[in-house]
Design a protein around this ligand. Structure first.
Ligand code: OGA
Ligand code: MN
Length: 210
């Protein structure tokens, strides 16, 4: 398999740590070996074809409501032990979790992630990933699965920065976008083709029932 050396991976993780500390977000365009990225994209398409991806709701699971106007993606949550590629991805994210804890003392306890498929024209309006009533999500992690994505196909993740400007990220296969969940409003712009990603969150310990 075309794996990247652990030194390369360590260097990328070190850049993520520096970026998060300096400006709250980081983009690594070749975070994961292309073969693993391809396997994850195939797994996402397979699940979509099997009807396993469902319209995403908004808010915490039990209270989630499907909001036609806010987001149009279809999702399925990842679980360990279902697929080797997914398990490799979860292991990489656990490594990232531990490195962030060591360097930034974030107290990240676990990682949750779902496949997301945006049909052509679907979008997710400007939002923050930290829910009003759930402050566990500390770091958002989006990994893109789209081979040969062209800028004119749209589908940018638009990060709204503190100075009022924005930064657009194309959902290109192999790119990992990491940002502080509570501080970075963002949105997904519509695309002219299907758009696949793994979207997830590194979470802190819960503070218990409110
Ligand atoms: C989300 C989200 C971004 C993306 O699911 O909360 O913002 O690029 N996704 O898919
Ligand atoms: Mn989001």
């Amino acid at each position: 398999m075309n794996t990247c050396s652990s030194n390369d991976l360590n260097a990328r993780v070190a850049r993520i740590i520096d970026d998060l500390a300096e400006r709250g977000w980081s983009l690594q365009t070749h975070f994961i070996a292309p073969t693993l990225t391809l396997e994850l994209a195939e797994e996402c398409r397979k699940r979509a074809a099997a009807g396993l991806l469902v319209r995403a709701g908004v808010g915490r699971s039990a209270l989630a409501v499907i909001n036609e106007g806010l987001r149009g993606d279809h999702i399925q949550w990842l679980e360990a032990g279902q697929n080797p590629a997914c398990d490799q991805y979860l292991a990489l994210m656990d490594g990232l979790r531990q490195a962030l804890n060591q360097a930034l003392y974030l107290g990240l306890e676990d990682f949750e992630s779902h496949f997301a498929l945006y049909p052509p024209g679907a979008y997710y309006k400007r939002h923050l990933d930290r829910f009003r009533d759930d402050d566990r999500r500390a770091v958002s992690v989006v990994f893109y699965l789209n081979e040969q994505w062209q800028a004119e196909q749209g589908g940018e993740l638009r990060l709204h920065l503190a100075d009022g400007s924005h930064h657009d990220v194309l959902p290109v296969a192999g790119s990992l976008l990491v940002f502080l969940s509570a501080e970075m409003p963002h949105e997904v712009l519509p695309a002219t083709r299907e758009r696949l990603s793994l979207t997830g969150w590194l979470r802190r310990r819960g503070s218990g029932p409110l």
